[in-house]
Design a protein around this ligand. Structure first.
Ligand SMILES: [Zn+2]
Ligand SMILES: [Zn+2]
Ligand SMILES: [Zn+2]
Length: 786
């Protein structure tokens, strides 16, 4: 009997070849009807024998294209229309509940093959793409995802491209950025002033490759912004780049010509290689191989290299002519956002680079490379951006209103949500200067437009002086603060979909506490409606505030003074530390500590890592965020053994919280330093001590609360030794341990956690607040510490 079904498919189903797939499937089964992109879903009507209709739905789920991800399939029966063909209907702009924007996709194997085939009409064409690969998020103005709504709109397809685009049997059927040398974007090379040197695509790319081989520094326009590139084996070029970019020590990412070249540079396992060649193609942090020839100043004092494979056709073609490994760092000036427009790049980067490799496919919204660190046998996303954004997360409950969460000021991302879905933005950076604030506003407006969301509520950090806190108020009259570390723990819970009580271990650099002091070494019992602070690191004075963060040596000295007073000048083990300070510092820091002048009290675990790094003479001055802690981890790595003896520490209860007292640890370190113990060994023992603190505190809290789930979160858990050691020890004791995979453990995950706090907050209270606009207290601060 003839029947007609209406099928609604949600998930990642646009821009991934879904409609052509449906078309082929329906044609194969001899069904009539249509398929079309609705906003955020694909709508299908099929007509035919009932059995075949069921078979269609079954195969739809089973054989969906590789890049698609079906969230739901709804089937209704409707009146048959007695059609005799199947067609693809043009997109409708009707608003639907969950818009889905496809992320950018790395070059696929089929296109790579054509790119390298001299007989193919797209041989060496830097903008080859198909239904399964190419730019998406970065070129879309508005939904639905169709060519006129992208920056490809101004390129009129030639006859051949047009034919592919309209042919359901072609693998470029409805590939929106489809292009070829005859009709598509082109490349040119300019000097540092922006004057064109070579305007022929193929020659320009070859010339750029040759100039890189000669040691020049070139800005290269990529998928989500500009990179700055130079030969990674040329120490002089790298040195010049560091000087011009004012970036003395922060490691640069590198790109290797192919998999073979990559295996010469880093130790890589098969699953890690799969990550590198995945559609997301992130930068992956892997152990550096001896004898790779990579200049030591690419990643100074680091045992790892951030590596990636060429993920756009332009990179592939360039690397035919360039050195086989290139430094590929974000095209920006120190803390400013990444450049993505041609004119802007000339203005901002001309003092840094010698040449520009431009193209005329505009980037509508920038998106940095994503960074992944393999830890505990899994991929942990450290920076979630290109390739991952803007896929959405599911919230624990429906929101009372559309919302914007602005995240934190450092490593910022923001989050936009409605109903029970949330989209975490691309990496914005440190929201500390005018440029980044402007960039953030632009990115918020763009994503709100794309998603069709008008936030009625905003959520921000509790820190009163964060720029993002101001921004949140600017966007919505009603703005709720959420405590920083609670947001960290929630971000980890959201990605695992776990909403039963957990013991959250949130260790990071700085977060504003509900008591107005600086937190950062927190153990929180997190429940659906709030948290209790059940443990923290011993409070210590942050002498000199910001200065102590930039100069860990000041911090180490201040902590020593806090414990020892005048004895710091006579005690063995501290001589070298005292010597490395200026006479001013030796005089002023004790005053700051004794009188608590510009010395906010803090419980930060990140700062403790900094202090220990300086105490051991590993890193006195941080030129990038986290440097002292990273170098401490690197020092500990060769001596690493989870069974080395921990240093002394103390743990006691005070005012309803466990205090992890690290003063005995620091004294123990000083004592062992005076005995001339090996610093690497001490670095390893310090790591084990922190693991021991975590394990002891969790055991004590489990016996008190009965909670067996532990979530490890915060920037400190980007440390591989600490994360893996903690997981191992906790699991041995029967704990159920959660850690980050898809959401960064650092502040890049805060916005999602803030959004979850809103979703979990008392809905009635919030609704009333939104209606009356009078709600003042934060949902999190209503829960007092125990
Ligand atoms: Zn492709
Ligand atoms: Zn063409
Ligand atoms: Zn944090």
């Amino acid at each position: 009997m003839l029947k007609r079904f209406k099928v609604k498919v949600t998930g990642i189903v646009q821009g991934v070849g879904f409609r052509p797939f449906v078309f082929r499937l329906a044609s194969e089964l001899g069904l009539s009807g249509y398929v079309m992109n609705a906003s955020g879903s694909v709508e299908i009507e099929i007509e035919g024998e009932e059995q075949k209709l069921h078979f269609f739905v079954e195969r739809l789920r089973r054989e969906a294209p590789p890049l698609s991800k079906i969230a739901s399939v709804e089937v209704y029966e409707v009146e048959p229309l007695f059609e005799n063909s199947f067609r693809i209907v043009c997109s409708e702009t009707a608003s639907q509940p969950r818009p889905v924007i496809p992320p950018d996709v790395a070059l696929c194997p089929d296109c790579l093959r054509e790119l390298n085939d001299p007989k193919d009409r797209r041989f060496l064409y830097p903008f080859i793409n198909c239904t399964n690969c190419g730019p998406r998020f970065t070129i879309i103005f508005r939904l639905p995802y169709d060519r006129p709504n992208t920056t490809m709109a101004r390129f009129k397809m030639c006859e051949l491209c047009e034919y592919e685009y309209h042919n359901p049997k072609d693998r470029r059927f409805h590939a929106q950025p489809n292009a070829c040398p005859a009709c598509g974007p082109r490349v040119w090379l300019s000097d540092e002033q922006g004057k064109v040197i070579c305007s022929e695509t193929e020659k320009a790319v070859r010339l750029a490759g040759e100039l890189l081989a000669k040691g020049y520094i070139i800005a290269i326009k990529g998928l989500g912004g500009f990179h700055i590139a130079c030969d990674a084996r040329n120490q002089e070029s790298v040195k010049k780049l560091r000087m011009r970019k004012c970036r003395p020590a922060k490691p640069f990412a590198i790109m290797c010509r192919d998999e073979n070249e990559l295996t010469k540079v880093v130790e890589v396992e098969e699953w890690e290689m799969n990550l590198l060649r995945s559609p997301q193609s992130p930068i992956v942090l892997l152990p550096h191989k001896e004898g790779s020839g990579i200049a030591p100043n690419v990643a100074p004092n680091n045992l790892y290299q951030g590596v990636m494979l060429p993920y756009t056709p332009l990179h592939v073609v360039l690397m035919r002519y360039s050195p086989s490994v290139l430094v590929m760092t974000s095209g920006n000036i120190s803390d400013e956002p990444i450049c993505f427009r041609n004119e802007e790049a000339i203005k901002r980067l001309s003092g840094i680079v010698d040449f520009f490799l431009f193209h005329d496919r505009d980037i509508h919204i920038p998106c940095d490379d994503s960074v992944v660190r393999p830890m505990a046998g899994e991929a942990v996303v450290i920076r979630r951006s290109r390739g991952y954004v803007p896929t959405s997360f599911e919230l624990p409950r429906h929101l009372p209103a559309p919302a914007l969460a602005v995240g934190a000021d450092l490593k910022n991302t923001f989050c936009i949500a409605q109903d029970n879905w949330a989209v975490l933005s691309q990496h914005i950076g440190d929201v500390e200067n005018f440029e980044t604030c402007e960039y953030m506003r632009h990115a918020i407006n763009h994503l709100c437009n794309l998603l069709g969301v008008e936030p009625a509520v905003s959520i921000c950090d509790m820190h009163p002086r964060y720029h993002t806190t101001q921004l949140a108020k600017e966007y919505c009259e009603i703005s709720f603060p959420v405590q920083h570390h609670y947001a960290h723990v929630l971000s980890c819970m959201v990605e695992h979909g776990v909403y039963e009580p957990v013991i959250g271990v949130a260790f990071d650099g700085t977060g504003y506490g509900i008591d107005g002091t600086i937190w950062g070494g927190e153990i929180l019992l997190c429940e659906l409606n709030g948290f209790k602070r059940l443990g923290h690191l011993k409070q210590m004075p942050l002498a000199g505030g910001e200065a102590a963060i930039r100069k860990p040596i000041r911090l180490a000295f201040a902590y020593a003074w806090e414990m020892l007073g005048e004895r710091v000048f006579t005690l063995g083990g501290l001589e070298s530390l005292v010597e490395r300070l200026s006479s001013d510092e030796r005089r002023i820091i004790p005053l700051q500590v004794a009188r608590r002048l510009n010395s906010p009290m803090n419980t930060s675990m990140g700062r403790l890592f900094d202090a220990v790094s300086a105490l051991l003479g590993i890193c006195d001055v941080s030129t990038y965020e986290g440097q002292a802690a990273v170098e401490l981890e690197m020092a500990a790595t060769p001596a690493w053994d989870i069974d080395v003896k921990p240093l002394r520490f103390n743990m006691y209860w005070e005012k309803g919280s466990i205090v992890l007292d690290h003063r005995p640890t620091l004294l123990h370190l000083i004592e062992l330093l005076s005995c001339g113990e090996d610093r690497r060994q001490l670095a390893a023992r310090f790591h084990v001590t922190v693991i021991e603190m975590i394990v002891n505190a969790c055991q004590e809290l489990r016996s008190l609360t009965g909670v067996n789930k532990v979530a490890l979160t915060g920037g400190v858990f980007q440390n591989k030794l600490l994360l893996e050691g903690s997981i191992d020890k906790l699991e041995q004791l029967g704990f159920d341990v959660l850690w980050h995979h898809q959401v960064p453990p650092n502040d890049g995950g805060i916005a999602l956690g803030q959004m979850a706090a809103l979703a979990l907050a008392d809905a009635k209270l919030l609704t009333r607040a939104i209606i009356s606009k009078t709600f003042q207290t934060s949902p999190a601060s209503r829960v007092k510490s125990a």
